[in-house]
Each structure stands twice: as C-alpha cells, then as structure tokens.
Design a protein around this ligand. Structure first.
Ligand SMILES: Cc1cc2nc3c(=O)[nH]c(=O)nc-3n(C[C@H](O)[C@H](O)[C@H](O)COP(=O)(O)O)c2cc1C
Ligand SMILES: [Mn+2]
Length: 468
C-alpha cells in the first residue's frame, strides 16, 4: 500500500468502503453521518459531494480491526492483539526513510496571498466545537534544531482563519518539546501538517513512540521498506511523497491564540476555559489534484480514534515491556473503550515471587504508561488480556484489594475528565494484581472437568437430544 488512494481501492474491493454521492453539508451533517455509521460498525465513507466543494472527504477509515489490518498489510481475520504482536515484532528493526525527487502533491502550490484553508472541505464535527478542524486525521512534522531529530505527531488543528491553524501540543508531546527548544533560541518553529497519505503514517502520528526517535523509521519497519519522502516547499522538512494535502508554515515562539473547544476522545469537550495556545502561520499549501481530505470524528468511544489508539498505544506498551526484558508477558490489551490509554490489562506467566507486581510497576514506567495510564490490571497467563469476561472473573476471585498498589503522583493528560479542569497535570494510578501470588505454597485448586467423562458425554450429545 503506497497511499490513501490505494487504501480506498483496497477497501472498496474488500467491501469496506461506501461512496456517498448525495450532497452533504460540512457543517455537522457530514460528521454526524460518519459518527452514527461508526456506532453501527459501518464501512469507511467517502463523501463525494460536500456542499460548496468539489473534492471528497474520507471518514471512518480506522473504525474496525479489519481495516486496521488492511493498513498494516495483514489478514483481515487478524485480531487487534495479533496486530499489536506483529507491530512489536516488525518495529524491532527500524528502516530510515528515502529521499525522492518528486511527489504528486507538488503539482499544486499556493503561497502567500493564495493561501486559503477554506479551499478544502473542512468539516465542523460537534455542536460546541470552536470551529472547523482541519487536523484530526492529520500528522504534524517538526525537526529538533539541535539534534536533527524529525518527529511526526497527530495533534488537532483548528482553522482560526484562512491562514492560521490553532494547535493543541500537550505538554511533553514531542512537538511541544521541540517548540520549547525553538522558543529558547527565540526562533519560529517550521512545521508541516499533512492530511491524507499512506494511512500507516497517521497511525504513526498517533503512536506513543519514544522521544529522539523518528516515526518515519518505525513506519519503514512496518512496511518492510523505506518510506519515500520529499523536501517540503519552504523549510526542507521531510514529507511523505504519498501526501494529499501539505500545509507548511511556522509556529511563533511566544504568540498565542485561543483554540478549541473540540469534542475529544474522552467523550467530553476539551479546550473550554483553557489558556490560549501556539498556532501555525500558514505560508504554503501543496495538494494533489482532487485532494482527498481525511477526517476522524474523535468524540465519544468507540470511533476510529479509539481503535487507532488501542492499536498504537497498546503496541507501544507491549514494546516497552519487552524492551525492559521482563519475561513471561503473554498478551497486552488496552481496550478501545478507554481509548487504548487509560486502562491496560496484561497477562503474564509468573516465574518468581513479585513477578506480577514488577509487571504492574514496569507498565506505568514505560513511555506509554507514564503518561495518561491510570489503571493496570495484571492477570495470570490462563486469562487472555483481551478476554474481558475472564478478566472480570479474575478481578472477582483472584484479586484482593489489599494487593492493589496505589501511586499518588504521575504525569496526566489535560484531557482527563476525572480530574478538576484546573488541576490536570498530575494523576494518581492504581495497579490491580488479579493473579494468584506465585509464592503461595497452598494455591486454590481450580476446577477441571474429568477428561474421560467429557469425552463420554460429548459422544452422547445427540442421543441426549442436545444437538441443534
Ligand atoms: C485523532 C487524534 C487526535 C489527537 N489530538 C491530539 C492533540 O490535539 N494534542 C496532543 O497532544 N495529542 C493528540 N493526540 C495524541 C497524539 O497523537 C499522541 O500522543 C502521539 O504520541 C503524539 O506524538 P508524539 O509522541 O510524537 O508527541 C491525538 C491522537 C489522535 C489519534
Ligand atoms: Mn514522537
């Protein structure tokens, strides 16, 4: 798969995409069709007739595990955990990107007075949103001026006027770290924001990968070949050659403007009553002919944002545990209902006393876990991390509240609605050890059925009138 057009074609062949020919308004109507479609587990949608516009909008691309599998080039029958396991395996050997000369998006370039973000069918998503959001299924590319580290991250972008995009670079995110380096140098930070490209690049933007490493190298690892990149129009930043729309500009080191609110993945609006934020002065926009605009509805669970984060945050957590060389990790699952980041379940084959406790404390110390993760549940290896009824069983019959570990202070996300709006920097965490302690000499005896008797009664099933 090379670009978004390949993905759309593949989805169409696989019966995973519907084209919408009827005219649809970008103002709430398009997003509401997408959201309701996502709640029904529907296909990806390509809106071909957006009121007042001639180019299309793609939504709901990542709402199902099947479509995430198509993006990763895996079998449609793969489970989310299969995708995570493969992600961890493939990203062990990173592949740097490759410079190429030309890209289709370079065909149209608008600079200076021609720059107009309203040229694109940017939807307004939720009723109380502060405006139209150009960046949902987006990724922002920045470069550290001191080390040359290139980062690619998904951060929402609001159209503030035809040449300005409001940002929400949350504290400690990689674009925020780089912005602070530029601010110290009193220099504006060059940025590129890309909408539409090889859809894997959006997954990479959303993934919580380590600082100082480039998402391009991880993407190459997953594709098994280098990602083709070209130099951006003005500042020479690397841009995937597969891009549909490329916006380039700078973020001032000090200037701020109000941004938001936006209906976030927690199911609540964020950006109500928050301080102003940095913004992008757009200086150039390049785009393919008939560019495909891509939207994620974000919003309440479960949308394509939750599925994307369940895959990418879950894989990052798993990778982090592997990197710590902790033995016995059987499976990791970060439920999409928790946006893949607030709740994690880890299944472990215990090998020594305290092993389960180690897994819990390790999880909250990984790159992924040291951020918004609040609850870790550790289960024994006879329970699969994704098997929620069995996890609830373990929480009922193996878990003892006196074995819960409570951590009072950790880094939080300002989007967490469980914290007061003015005190969201710090959260508490809890580790629920739902295993049978390894060191117990007398362990409870689990019920196993008599094997011979099982065989015998299965042989009599029809005779007993229980078939069908
Ligand atoms: C659709 C979508 C929107 C997101 N919006 C934001 C945002 O506005 N601000 C933010 O800091 N993170 C946002 N995230 C989460 C980041 O993409 C994620 O934390 C990622 O790791 C950031 O990249 P970085 O680790 O290179 O900083 C969003 C994720 C998705 C999938
Ligand atoms: Mn990063």
């Amino acid at each position: 798969m090379n670009d978004l057009r390949d993905f759309i074609a593949t989805c169409e062949t696989e019966g995973e995409l519907r084209r919408i020919e009827a005219e649809v308004d970008w103002d709430l109507e398009l997003s509401h069709i997408a959201k309701l479609n996502e709640e029904k587990g529907g296909p990806a949608l390509l809106f071909q007739n957006v009121k007042g516009y001639s180019s299309p909008v793609l939504t709901s691309a990542c709402t199902t595990t099947q479509r995430l599998a198509l993006i990763m080039g895996m079998a449609k029958s793969s489970s989310l955990v299969d995708l995570m396991r493969e992600w961890v395996k493939r990203t062990a050997n990173k592949i740097p990107p490759r410079w190429v000369e030309h890209a289709p998006f370079q065909e149209n370039v608008d600079r200076d007075d021609q720059v107009d973000l309203f040229k694109f069918p940017v939807p307004k998503v939720y009723p109380l949103d502060g405006g139209r959001f150009f960046g949902t299924a987006v990724f922002v590319i920045t470069k550290d001026p001191k080390t040359g580290w290139v980062n690619l991250g998904t951060y929402r972008l609001q159209v503030l006027d035809k040449k300005t995009l409001g940002t929400q670079f949350i504290k400690g995110k990689h674009a925020d770290i780089m912005h602070k380096v530029y601010a110290e140098m009193k220099k504006p930070m060059p940025v590129v924001a890309v909408v539409g490209a090889d859809p894997l690049m959006f997954l990479m933007g959303a993934a919580r990968l380590p600082a100082f490493e480039s998402e391009f190298d991880f993407a190459g690892a997953i594709r098994g070949r280098p990602i083709d990149i070209v130099k951006s129009d003005l500042y020479g930043l690397p841009v995937p050659a597969s891009a549909e729309i490329v916006v380039e500009g700078t973020v001032d080191p000090v200037a701020m403007r109000p941004e938001g609110p936006f209906g976030e993945y927690t199911g609540y609006y964020s950006g109500i009553g928050t301080t102003p934020r940095p913004f992008i002065n757009v200086e150039s926009i390049s785009y393919r002919k008939n560019p495909i605009f891509w939207l994620s509805t974000v919003g309440r669970a479960v949308t394509d944002t939750h599925m994307t984060m369940a895959l990418t945050y879950g894989a990052t957590l798993w990778q982090g545990l592997e990197a710590m060389r902790i033995p016995g990790i059987k499976s990791v699952y970060c439920p999409p209902e928790g946006a893949g980041r607030f709740l994690a379940i880890i299944s472990v084959k215990q090998m020594y006393p305290g092993h389960a406790a180690q897994v819990g404390t390790a999880a909250i110390s990984t790159e992924m876990g040291a951020y918004g993760l609040k609850t870790v549940i550790v289960v024994d290896d006879d329970v699969d991390a994704w098997d929620l009824p069995r996890v609830l069983w373990a929480l009922s019959f193996r878990f003892n509240p006196s074995r819960a570990e409570f951590i009072k202070r950790g880094r939080s996300t300002p989007l967490d609605p469980s914290l007061p709006i003015d005190a969201r920097d710090i959260t508490s965490r809890i580790i629920l050890d739902a295993t049978i302690p390894y060191e117990w000499k007398d362990k409870p005896v689990p019920i196993e059925l008599d094997k011979e008797m099982v065989k015998r009664v299965q042989g009599r099933w029809a005779e007993l009138g229980l078939d069908g």
